[in-house]
Design a protein around this ligand. Structure first.
Ligand SMILES: NC(=O)C1=CN([C@@H]2O[C@H](COP(=O)(O)OP(=O)(O)OC[C@H]3O[C@@H](n4cnc5c(N)ncnc54)[C@H](O)[C@@H]3O)[C@@H](O)[C@H]2O)C=CC1
Ligand SMILES: O=C(O)[C@@H]1CCC=N1
Length: 269
C-alpha cells in the first residue's frame, strides 16, 4: 500500500510550502508525477502529470495512501472532506504540527495513522524525517521508510509527546539556521563588507561547515576546537558567542515546542 504509483497514487491534502517540497523531492527522485494527486484550492504550477483538484469531491476514487499537509488550525474544518476521499483502510500520513494521533484517529476511524515531521529540505532529499506511529507495526514502518527514502533520513520517535520537540528542532529548525546565516551576513556588513559579498561569504561558510560536520567523525565541539587557535581570532569571537548562544537556542526551541503543545489542544470556537 506504501508503493506509490499511477495505480496506487498518493493523495496530497494540501500542497503549500511543505507539501510542495515533498512532491518536488519525490519527482526529483524519479517517481512518476502521475503517482500523485493534489487536492488544494490554491496550488499552482504543479509539475506536469500531477493530477490536481481544487475540491476533494472532484477527486473521484478513494486514496489508499494520503498525506495531510494543511495548517493544523484548518484540520477540524476539513476532516469530513478527507474522510470521504481516503479508503477505509488507508494509510494517512500527517505532517501537521501538534495534531495528535488521537485527534487524527477520531476524525479518520479505521485508517493507519503515521505522524511525520519533515522540513523544506525534502525537496533536495535532505530532510530529517521524524516519525511516529502508535502500534509498533514493523511492516507499516518498513513501507513508510521505503516510501519516504527519497526525501531524507527517517528517525522513529517512541513517545508521541516528543514529536513537539522534533517539530521545534527539525521542522522549524531551518528558519533558525536561516536567521543565523542572516545574522552572520549583517554582522559582516556592519564591519564594512559589501552586502552581497557578506551574504555570499555567510552562505558559503555555513555550507562548508555543515558539509564538514556531516563528513567528519569529529564532533561539532572538536571541529570548533580545530578552528580555534589559542589567543587567536576565533577564541575572541567564541568568548562572546558562548556567553549567550546556548541559552538563546534553549529558549527558542522551548517556545517552538510549547506552541506545538498548544496546537494539540482543541481549538476554542
Ligand atoms: N512549512 C514548513 O516548513 C513545515 C510545515 N509543516 C506542517 O505542514 C503543514 C502545512 O504547512 P505549510 O505548507 O507551511 O502551509 P501552507 O499554507 O503553505 O500550505 C497549506 C496548504 O493547504 C491548502 N488548503 C487549505 N484549505 C484546504 C482544503 N480545504 N483542502 C485542501 N487544501 C487546503 C492551502 O491552499 C495551502 O496550499 C502544517 O500543518 C505545518 O505544521 C511541517 C513541517 C515543516
Ligand atoms: O511553523 C510551523 O508551525 C510549521 C511546523 C514546523 C515548521 N513550520
Amino acid at each position: 500500500m506504501t508503493e506509490i504509483s499511477r495505480d496506487n497514487p498518493l493523495l496530497f491534502f494540501g500542497c503549500g510550502n511543505m507539501g510542495r517540497a515533498m512532491l518536488d523531492g519525490w519527482i526529483a527522485a524519479g517517481i512518476d508525477p502521475a503517482a500523485f494527486i493534489v487536492v488544494d484550492p490554491m496550488a499552482q504550477a504543479l509539475p506536469e502529470g500531477v493530477r490536481h483538484f481544487a475540491d476533494a469531491s472532484m477527486a473521484g476514487s478513494k486514496a489508499r495512501i494520503a498525506l495531510v499537509a494543511v495548517k493544523p488550525q484548518v484540520f477540524p474544518q476539513i476532516s469530513n472532506e478527507l474522510t470521504d476521499i481516503v479508503a477505509g483502510d488507508a494509510i494517512v500520513i500527517s505532517v501537521m504540527a501538534g495534531v495528535r494521533v488521537e485527534t487524527l484517529r477520531s476524525a479518520l476511524p479505521g485508517r493507519k495513522i503515521v505522524r511525520l515531521m519533515p522540513n523544506l529540505a525534502a525537496s533536495l532529499g535532505k530532510s530529517p524525517l521524524g516519525l511516529f506511529e502508535p502500534d509498533g507495526d514493523a511492516q507499516l514502518r518498513a513501507g513508510i521508510e521505503k516510501c519516504l527514502a527519497p526525501l531524507g533520513t527517517p528517525v522513529w520517535i517512541n513517545e508521541e509527546v516528543l514529536m513537539d520537540a522534533v517539530t521545534a528542532l527539525a521542522g522549524s529548525g531551518p528558519a533558525f539556521v536561516y536567521r543565523f546565516i542572516d545574522a552572520l551576513a549583517k554582522a559582516g556588513e556592519s564591519l564594512g563588507l559589501n552586502p552581497a559579498v557578506s551574504a555570499t561569504l555567510a552562505k558559503a561558510t555555513v555550507d562548508g561547515a555543515v558539509d564538514l560536520a556531516i563528513a567528519s567523525d569529529a564532533s561539532p565541539e572538536e571541529l570548533a576546537r580545530r578552528v580555534t587557535s589559542p589567543g587567536g581570532t576565533t577564541a575572541a569571537g567564541l568568548e562572546v558567542l558562548d556567553g549567550g548562544l546556548q541559552q538563546l537556542i534553549d529558549a527558542t526551541l522551548k517556545a517552538a515546542r510549547d506552541r506545538g503543545v498548544d496546537l494539540s489542544k482543541p481549538i476554542e470556537q
